[in-house]
Design a binder for this molecule. Structure first.
Ligand code: SF4
Length: 295
């Protein structure tokens, strides 16, 4: 496997903690082999060539340890914005696990996005971190339909298994919910899909579901997605082109109606949908004496 030279692992969040209360982003891997046809990490601005090939960063954990030691703000570190932190290589490389050990050691919080059941291997560490710091896990689920998921997320576990992962996380007391992103116009933007995802999320005690009811369509990401649609659903990319042209974001044509259904149903069953509410709900006060004891 190719190793990339790097001097930094963590970067300060540009969103100023507005995105799930994240303070730092971190990518231990470059590229992802899970194959989602809509993946926004393929977009040109991230400059990841051969995206489907996973690469690691040289001395990633050593660099990370130095960075964690020297950060004044003990905030929430996000795993996996440009690659799934539990991509298949993680099973033997254990970089994500190593980073969680360091995060636990230096008193930071964690935000993880994944579609993999490999996260359950690290339940011990997530539970340990969660006892004294902020932990949030987002399981990415775009459709309740396993056959459709197999087409659009070909190397991922089924949606049914992802709900089972969520259940195990919740049973272990980890704050976790569903990232229903993207929502694909003409494919997953149906009432049926939304109701089913909410029902299954409720069954497994998900704390939240977050969605933007659409998909980004940026350079490179758009062409990869349209090529995949041409194979899976001939003619559909033409519908996208005629409706969305060169727009960078394609909202569902039923955006208002679906958002209303989504928010109302989630409110009825007690699942959070608003970003500020989710942040308020999962972030806890970190005792000052705990922070002090780290030095
Ligand atoms: S798991 Fe995430 S990073 Fe990997 S291909 Fe799918 S959307 Fe992209």
């Amino acid at each position: 496997m190719e190793k990339i030279k790097t001097r930094t692992i963590m970067t300060r969040s540009n969103e100023g903690s507005r995105w799930f209360g994240i303070d730092y982003h971190m990518n231990l891997y470059k590229g992802c082999s899970l194959g989602c046809i809509y993946c926004s990490s393929r977009c040109e601005s991230y400059r990841i060539e051969n995206f489907d090939e996973v690469r690691t960063k040289e001395n990633a954990l050593e660099i990370l340890e130095e960075e964690l030691k020297n950060k004044k703000l003990k905030g929430v570190v996000s795993f996996g914005n440009l690659s799934d932190p539990y991509n298949p290589e993680e099973e033997h490389l254990k970089l994500t696990r190593g980073a969680l050990e360091l995060i636990n050691k230096y008193g930071f919080g964690v935000s993880i996005d994944t579609k993999s059941d490999l996260i359950l291997r690290d339940l011990d560490l997530l539970s340990e971190i969660s006892k004294k710091n902020n932990v949030i896990v987002k399981i990415s689920i775009t459709t309740f339909d396993n056959e459709l998921a197999k087409k659009i997320e070909p190397n991922c576990i089924s949606s049914t298994k992802r709900f089972a992962v969520l259940k195990e996380l919740r049973n272990a007391g980890i704050y976790a919910g569903v990232l229903m992103m993207p929502v694909l116009p003409f494919l997953t933007d149906s009432e049926d899909n939304i109701y089913n995802i909410i029902a299954k999320s409720k069954e497994v005690d998900a704390k939240f579901i977050y969605t933007k009811m659409g998909i980004t369509l940026k350079t490179n990401q758009r062409s990869y997605y349209y090529n995949a649609l041409d194979i899976l659903y001939p003619g559909l990319s033409k519908d996208y082109e005629s409706v969305y042209g060169n727009r960078n974001f394609a909202s569902s044509l039923q955006y208002r109606r679906l958002m209303e259904i989504f928010v109302n149903r989630c409110n009825e069953v007690g699942i959070l949908t608003d970003m500020d509410d989710i942040i308020r709900d999962y972030k806890k006060e970190i005792p000052t004496n705990y922070q002090m004891s780290l030095f």
